[in-house]
Write a protein that binds this ligand. Structure first.
Ligand code: NAD
Length: 353
């Protein structure tokens, strides 16, 4: 991937994808952004790119063979970065079908169309081409109190979401091994930061606290996750895109293992400092019935990406969380726009396929 190459980003109107698109454009890449604009896709995330001809947002489905074929050829794409997915574990429990459709069948279509396109390229372009698939550490299942997920940890997904992501990871692996297509996969831990849709833990905590509503914590709050600041994650993806070895997978983590209760309490303490309300926000914490099949602990060994590509996260949990809470405080209009549903109306005027 050279700086001048066009990247087909899928799901680039979502949380991580939008952060990635903003960073990639800043670095001089041209982005074709294919996004279905499901409930999770929000063009407002890319408002700062309006009128910038380095970015084209196309509303469409990664499962649409004709559209993907056309975009790849028309824009002479040099790399595909696949963020598009149904991403919320709770939704996968209530309705798994959409997860299979997009995460499995959609990724298959994207791979299949990319392979056909890749085969039409000259040798030089074929060597430089990359298909980067963004995945999760949840494919590895749940850890006990000790140990870390490495790239060698056997897959053991437990939710319909992680099972669908695991299936897509295997397809990506197969397209490299069977057809020689230059694929790489990244498996990362829980992201947090600007632009995260307000159904996920961190924005839920912040918004509930600010509204004086009870802050729900699953079970006893002792489930452990590793937290990765989204901008660090995007830099890791860019690093793998530019320097990663094809056919490899890289785990990306933040070196920030925390229980959910620690996370909630930390955010409450930050809010006490940044937006004092006369009452400690932690008093709003309420324990709710645990999620079925809730994995106990995820933790990532990000040693390989550090050793091979010299990437490690810049933010600590404390610095990243402070930036995040401040971002939500400064961008309440963005949140209100989503919570009221207005952001859907603003989709008019896009290129619609
Ligand atoms: P998100 O839900 O915020 O965004 C997903 C985007 O994909 C949305 O813009 C949506 O409109 C789009 N999309 C959904 N179905 C589509 C389809 N069929 N065709 C085209 N676009 C479609 O998700 P996110 O949190 O930004 O996650 C991005 C990727 O990173 C996902 O693949 C997810 O599995 C992975 N991931 C996320 C996390 C995390 O903590 N958020 C952690 C590990 C891995």
């Amino acid at each position: 991937v050279t700086q001048s190459s066009t990247i087909l980003v899928t799901g680039g109107a979502g949380f991580i994808g939008a952060n990635f698109v903003l960073e990639a454009v800043r670095r001089g890449h041209r982005i074709v952004n294919l996004d279905k604009l499901t409930y999770a896709g929000n063009p407002n995330n890319l408002k700062s790119l309006e009128g910038n001809d380095q970015h084209l947002l196309v509303q469409g489905d990664i499962g649409d063979a004709e559209l993907v074929t056309r975009l790849l050829a028309e824009h002479r794409v040099g790399a595909v970065v696949n963020f598009a997915a149904e991403s919320h574990v709770d939704r996968s429990i209530d309705g798994p079908a959409a997860f299979i459709e997009t995460n499995v069948n959609g990724t298959f279509n994207l791979l299949d169309r990319s392979l056909h396109y890749w085969r039409t390229l000259d040798e030089d372009a074929r060597t430089r081409f990359r298909f980067l698939h963004v995945s999760t550490d949840e494919v590895y299942g749940s850890l006990g109190p000790e140990g870390l997920f490495t790239e060698e940890t056997p897959y053991a997904p437990n939710s319909p979401y992680s099972a669908s992501k695991a299936a897509s990871d295997h397809l990506v692996r197969a397209y490299h091994h069977t057809y020689g297509m230059p694929c790489v996969t990244t498996n990362c831990s829980n992201n947090y930061g600007p632009l995260q849709f307000p159904e996920k833990l961190i924005p839920v905590i912040i918004l509930k606290a600010l509204r004086g509503e009870s802050i729900p914590v699953y079970g006893d709050g002792s489930n452990v996750r590793d937290w990765l600041y989204v901008v660090d994650h995007c830099e890791a993806i860019m690093t793998v895109l530019e320097q990663g070895r094809v056919g490899e997978t890289y785990n990306v983590g933040g070196n920030n293992e925390k229980t959910n209760l620690e996370v909630v309490k930390y955010i409450c303490a930050l809010l006490d400092e940044l937006r004092p309300s006369g009452q400690a926000y932690a008093e709003l914490i309420t324990f709710v019935k645990d999620r079925p099949g809730h994995d106990r602990r995820y933790a990532i060994d990000a040693g390989k990406i550090k050793r091979e590509l010299d990437w490690s996260p810049k933010e600590t949990f404390e610095t990243g969380m402070r930036k995040t809470v401040q971002w939500y405080l400064d961008n309440m209009a963005w949140c209100e726009n989503i919570l009221s549903g207005d952001y859907r109306l603003e989709r008019l005027g896009l290129e619609s396929e």
